[in-house]
Design a protein around this ligand. Structure first.
Ligand code: PLP
Length: 460
């Protein structure tokens, strides 16, 4: 197997074929029991809204009771009842090396032993920033925050500060965290739960947010023609991962760049999901289009809470304390989170590691589309870098309207079939699958054989 001996999980035996065969026989046995999960969820329902601390975890898009996980290693999750799953959620993106990667765990343990947070500058901030800028050389300065939401919120404030304008263009089905101004036709949990707009967001807060369909340059052009001097920025997930996985059409991102240049607006790429995932240099490197501001999260924290936004020196000099745009954070640049992010990016940029994750994604998607075809089930799929998506619709999905035409009931049956067999997909038709370098060809093949069995039962 290519790269097997470079893989720390392989050295620790996670990819051992005996384990693999043993696990296969376990997953094909009698129905799984979720007794402890169910009782913990009964308790959680009393403690948290919907029993969860982030909505999409609630299984609202697929029905049933969430599975409570206890442990994760490599490509696997184990729930509190002892059931094992091949994981395609990867903590919603950060786990690109696989779970509990030894180098990341070691970095966290060693750093934590020296103190958890100082509220002062620390050397690890510099090291992670240098690493990020090496992988994304268009960034001349960055600012660390604690989540993707915070990073997106700060990025739009920055675009408004620099341009002195108020309006923003956002795309239907894209999600940028729970930022008030951006909770309009938002993807991810908002779409999954059928509430793409949120209560509690005053109309005045979203009055400056203009919507366009993803992949529709004409609509963007019409907005710029209508408000030529008022648009501060165009904010986009360059690959939309929060309505499934939807690629930009050739020329779309370039067209956005040209509109921003023509009308003096800033192009903001939200690479919270795509950064270090669709390519080591993110969507910017993959598509050769350079944004003015980049929003980062997920992988940059290696599983701990981190976000960041970055740009050229000329743009970042607007940020406090150098400039007039205020933004701050008690735990920003926290050493333990910095250490996790740095260890993750260092391991990910070793030769062959990113490529393993990318190949896993391509293998999964190829196998799933073939399996759907053989089962006579209409589906359309995409894989780019280490993310993928499968819509249960025969039509090509280019935007939010197309995505919403998918057969969500069939997806729910597919999800539960795989859950019973031993694979954990994102619990929503409108989320991307997250692959990792720990998903070996054998692990993917095991998933595909489960998927073939489930798909054979999905006819109406
Ligand atoms: N932007 C994108 C593209 C995301 O996918 C997400 C979360 O899924 C966010 C922003 C928000 O990040 P966080 O959940 O860390 O606040």
């Amino acid at each position: 197997m290519a790269g097997f001996f470079d893989d720390p999980f392989a050295k620790r035996g996670f990819l051992d074929t005996e384990v693999f065969h043993m696990a296969s026989s376990i997953t094909s046995s009698s129905p799984r029991i979720f007794e402890l999960s169910e009782s913990l969820m009964t308790q959680a329902m009393r403690l948290f809204p919907g029993g969860v601390n982030s909505p999409v975890r609630a299984f609202g898009g697929v029905g049933g009771s969430p599975v409570v996980m206890q442990r994760a290693e490599g490509p696997y999750l184990w729930d509190v009842d002892g059931n094992r799953y091949i994981d395609y959620v990867g903590s919603w993106g950060p786990a690109i090396l696989g779970h509990a990667h030894p180098a990341v765990v070691r970095a966290v343990q060693e750093t934590a032993a020296k103190g958890l947070s100082f509220g002062t500058p620390n050397a690890l901030e510099n090291q992670l920033a240098e690493k990020v800028m090496t992988l994304m050389p268009h960034l001349e300065r960055i600012r660390f925050v604690n989540s993707g939401t915070e990073a997106a919120l700060s990025a739009i404030r920055l675009a408004r500060a620099v341009t002195g304008r108020e309006k923003l263009i956002k795309f239907e089905g894209c999600y940028h965290g729970h930022v008030d101004a951006l909770l309009l036709k938002a993807g991810s949990g908002a779409t999954t739960l059928g509430m793409p707009n949120s209560a509690g967001v005053p109309p005045s807060t979203v009055a400056g947010t203009l919507l366009a369909p993803f992949n529709d340059l004409e609509a963007v052009g019409a907005l710029f023609e209508r408000y030529p001097d008022e648009i501060a920025g165009v904010l986009i997930e360059p690959v939309a991962g929060n309505m499934g996985c939807v690629l930009p059409k050739p020329g779309f991102l370039q067209g956005l760049r040209a509109f921003c240049d023509k009308f003096g607006a800033l192009l903001v790429f939200d690479e919270v999901m795509t950064g270090f995932r669709v390519a080591l240099g993110g969507a910017t490197a993959r598509f050769g289009v350079t944004p003015d501001i980049t929003v980062l999260g997920k992988i940059i924290g290696g599983g701990l809470p981190v976000g960041a936004y970055g740009a050229t020196h000329a743009v970042m000099k607007w940020v406090s304390p150098e400039g007039p745009m205020y933004q701050a954070g008690t735990l920003s640049g926290n050493p333990v989170a910095m250490a996790a992010g740095l260890a993750t990016l260092e391991a990910l940029s070793q030769p062959g590691v990113f490529e393993r994750a990318e190949q896993a994604s391509a293998q999964l998607l190829h196998g799933l589309t073939l399996a759907c075809c053989e089962a006579g089930i209409a589906a359309s799929g995409t894989s780019l870098g280490a993310m993928a998506g499968l819509f249960f619709t025969g039509n090509c999905v280019e935007n939010y309207t197309d995505a919403l035409k998918s057969d969500t009931k069939r997806f729910a049956r597919f999800f539960h079939g795989l859950l019973q067999s031993g694979a954990y997909l994102p619990p929503s038709q409108f989320e991307a699958f997250f692959l990792s370098a720990a998903h070996s060809p054998e692990v993917i093949e095991e998933t595909l054989s489960m998927a073939r069995c489930v798909l054979a039962t999905l006819h109406d």
